[in-house]
Design a protein around this ligand. Structure first.
Ligand code: FHN
Length: 594
C-alpha cells in the first residue's frame, strides 16, 4: 500500500489527542507488527466475515424453555448449565441444513476477503477432529464430519483467506481452564490451567495449524488472567508452525500482530496502528431466536467505509442457526452490501485511510493515488463542506454514475454542491481528483454551521481514564480534566453544552444503561469560566450509536471574540457515581447563540 504523505500544517490538535483506547486485552506491540510485510494482504483486504457456530447455536438463546439474557454463545455460563448437561447438546448436533460452501460463497459475494470461524469457543467444543480431546464434532456428534476441513476447502475454492478463532484461555468444560465459576470441579486453578495449556489448548492449536495447510490468521480471544509467557507460548507455537500467520492482539499481554477493538466499537480518531473491529449484525454473535435488533445494511456500510477511512478492518459476524442455515436477515443484509461492493469496492480494497485524523459526521474518506473517495453515508442535503484540504481539486464526480459534482471554496472549506436526495441512500461515493498527495490541516475546527464539537476521544485527557464507545469511562473522582485546542472561524457567543452518555453493553440489551447525573464542573474557555451541573436537561439521538442517547446538560454561554486558536477545559469539581457510571463525558459542544 502507498504511504500517505500528510502535510501537517497544524499539528497541535494531533499532539493534544489520545490514540483510541484499547482494553487491557487488546494491546499489541505495534512496532513489531508494522515491521513485517505479512500484514499486507490484511491491510489491503479490509473486509472479513466472522462466523460464530457451535453447540450453543442449537439453543437459540433458550435453556429448558427459559429465555436466557446475554449473547447466545455464552448461554452455558449465563444459564449456569452443569458441564455434563451442556455436553449432551452434542447428541443433537446434526447440522442438517448446513452448507459450508454456501457460507464461503456468501462471504465472497458480499465482498469479504477473509473469513474467521470459531474452531473452539469458550464452551470448549471443537468444530474439528481433535486427537487430544474428544469433545469435538467428529467424536461427539451425529454429524461426525470435520467442519473445519469443510470450511478450509470452501475458503480455498472461493479464494478467501482463512482465519481460525480459538478461545485459548476460557474453556468452560475443561477442568482448571479459565472462565467456569458455576460448576466447581471446572473452576480455574494454577495447576489446572497449566495442564489445560499442555494437554488441550496448545496441542489443539498445533493440530489446527498443522492439519489444514496454510492458515492466514489465528484469532485468539479473552486472554483473562494469562501471563505473558502463556500468551507467548501461543504466539510462538503459531509462528513456528505457520511463519506468515497473523496473530490477533487478544492473545494477550501486548503480544500479537494487531489490535482488536472492543466488540462493536469504532475509533473516533484514526489510529496509527493496525486494527480490526469485530461487529455483530444484531446483538448476539451466535444465533438467538429472539434477537431482532438487526442493524440496517446502510448502517453496516457506514461501519465498513468508516473503518476503512480510519485505517482498520471490518469483521462482520454471522451466527448460523443450530441446523447450520444462515438467518435470512443476515443474507438479506449481505446482499445489499455485496451489491454496493460490486460498484464501489475500489474505495475499500487497497485504499489508504483518510488523510484526516479526525472523523466526519457524514461518513469517511479513503484514498488511492490522486483520488480521494468521499464515502457519504449520512447525506448532508445540498452541501458538504470539508475543512482543511489544501490541494487543488481538478475533478469531482459520483463514482457510480460518473456525473460531475460542483465544488467551490469558502476560506479553508471545500464545499460540494449536492442534490437533495442521496443517489445511493446507503453510501454514495464522490471522487475528488486532486493535485498531488493530500495535504491537510488537521486542526479541530468549527463546523461551517458554527458549532464547535469537542469529543472526549480528541481531548488531552488527564483524568487517568480511558474512553469507551467515545465517553470517558469510570471517571469517579474529581481529579484530572479534559482539554482541547480548537480553531474558530466564526467568532461570537456560544451556548456551552456538556454531553454525557450511559454505558449500554450492546451485546446485552436486557441490561439497562448505567448513567449518573448531578456532577459539578467548571468550564474554562480561554480566560472565561462558567460553573454548572452536568445533568440531563434533555436527551438527543446519538449519531451512529444504536444503544445510548446523548444526555445534554446546558452550562451557560461564553463569548469568543476573535477567530483563531482557542482553548477549552472541562474540570470536574464533584462527581456523582451512585450508578457506577461517573462523569461519562462524550463531548463538549459550543452552539452559536444570538
Ligand atoms: O466472549 C467473546 C464473545 O463470545 C465473542 O466471541 C466476541 C467476538 O469478538 N469475543 C468475546 C468477547 O469480546
Amino acid at each position: 500500500m502507498h504511504k500517505i504523505v500528510l502535510g501537517l500544517l497544524v499539528v497541535f490538535a494531533l499532539m493534544a489527542c489520545n490514540i483510541p483506547q484499547k482494553s487491557q486485552d487488546n494491546k499489541v506491540d505495534v512496532e513489531a507488527s508494522q515491521s513485517t510485510d505479512k500484514m499486507e494482504w490484511w491491510r489491503n483486504d479490509r473486509f472479513g466475515m466472522f462466523i460464530h457456530f457451535g453447540l450453543y447455536s442449537q439453543c437459540e438463546g433458550y435453556w429448558k424453555d427459559e429465555s436466557i439474557g446475554g449473547i447466545g454463545e455464552w448461554i452455558f455460563k449465563h444459564a449456569k448449565i452443569p458441564v455434563d448437561e451442556y455436553k449432551e447438546l452434542a447428541n443433537t448436533f446434526t447440522c442438517e441444513n448446513m452448507d459450508v460452501d454456501a457460507w464461503a460463497k456468501l462471504a465472497k459475494e458480499s465482498g469479504m476477503k477473509y473469513v474467521v470461524i470459531t474452531t473452539k469457543h469458550h464452551d470448549g467444543f471443537a468444530l474439528f477432529h481433535s486427537k487430544v480431546n474428544d469433545f469435538n464434532v467428529v467424536d461427539a456428534t451425529p454429524y461426525s464430519k470435520d467442519i473445519i476441513a469443510e470450511f478450509v476447502e470452501a475458503c480455498r475454492k472461493y479464494d478467501l483467506k482463512i482465519g481460525f478463532y480459538y478461545s485459548q484461555y476460557q474453556d468452560w468444560s475443561y477442568q482448571g481452564a479459565g472462565g467456569n465459576n458455576w460448576d466447581k470441579p471446572y473452576a480455574w486453578s494454577k495447576e489446572g490451567f497449566k495442564n489445560y495449556m499442555d494437554e488441550k489448548a496448545l496441542p489443539q492449536v498445533r493440530e489446527l495449524l498443522t492439519n489444514y495447510g496454510k492458515i492466514d490468521m489465528i484469532w485468539f480471544d479473552t486472554p483473562g488472567k494469562m501471563k505473558k509467557e502463556e500468551s507467548e507460548a501461543f504466539l510462538n507455537l503459531a509462528k513456528d508452525v505457520q511463519p506468515k500467520i497473523i496473530v490477533s492482539g487478544r492473545v494477550g499481554n501486548d503480544v500479537g500482530d494487531y489490535v482488536q477493538m472492543e466488540d462493536n466499537d469504532l475509533p473516533k480518531r484514526r489510529p496509527d496502528f493496525d486494527w480490526e473491529a469485530p461487529v455483530t449484525m444484531n446483538h448476539t454473535w451466535a444465533y438467538k431466536r429472539d434477537d431482532h435488533h438487526w442493524k440496517s445494511a446502510g448502517y453496516m456500510l457506514w461501519q465498513l467505509t468508516y473503518s476503512a477511512a480510519m485505517g482498520g478492518n471490518y469483521l462482520l459476524n454471522i451466527g448460523p442457526k443450530g441446523d447450520g442455515s444462515v438467518p435470512q436477515e443476515s443474507v438479506n443484509r449481505l446482499k445489499v452490501i455485496g451489491d454496493w461492493m460490486k460498484v464501489n469496492s475500489e474505495v475499500i480494497y487497497e485504499a489508504d485511510p483518510s488523510p484526516f485524523v479526525n472523523a466526519f459526521n457524514w461518513g469517511g474518506i479513503t484514498h488511492k493515488g490522486n483520488k480521494l473517495y468521499l464515502n457519504i453515508t449520512d447525506w448532508p442535503k445540498r452541501q458538504l463542506s470539508i475543512f482543511g484540504l489544501q490541494n487543488k481539486v481538478n475533478k469531482a464526480y459520483f463514482l457510480a454514475s460518473g456525473d460531475a459534482v460542483e465544488t467551490s471554496r469558502e476560506g479553508e472549506y471545500l464545499v460540494l454542491a449536492l442534490p437533495d436526495e442521496a443517489p445511493d441512500r446507503n453510501a454514495t461515493v464522490v471522487v475528488l481528483e486532486i493535485e498531488g498527495e493530500p495535504i491537510v490541516n488537521q486542526a479541530l475546527v468549527q463546523k461551517l454551521d458554527g458549532q464547535i464539537i469537542l469529543e472526549s476521544e480528541l481531548a488531552e485527557n488527564t483524568t487517568g481514564r480511558m474512553t469507551h464507545f467515545g465517553s470517558v469511562k469510570k471517571w469517579m473522582k474529581p481529579k484530572g480534566k479534559l482539554a482541547w485546542d480548537f480553531e474558530v472561524t466564526q467568532a461570537g457567543k456560544f451556548k456551552v453544552e456538556v454531553i454525557t452518555t450511559g454505558f449500554k453493553r450492546m451485546a446485552w440489551p436486557e441490561k439497562p444503561a448505567l448513567w449518573d447525573g448531578g456532577h459539578k464542573v467548571k468550564i474554562v474557555v480561554d480566560e472565561q469560566e462558567i460553573k454548572g451541573e452536568v445533568d440531563k436537561d434533555r436527551t438527543e439521538k446519538a449519531p451512529h450509536d444504536l444503544y445510548n442517547d446523548f444526555k445534554v446538560a446546558e452550562m451557560g454561554t461564553v463569548t469568543i471574540k476573535e477567530a483563531g486558536r482557542h482553548h477549552l477545559e472541562l474540570v470536574a469539581e464533584t462527581i456523582v457515581n451512585s450508578n457506577k457510571a461517573g462523569l461519562a463525558v462524550r463531548m463538549v459542544r459550543l452552539v452559536p447563540s444570538k
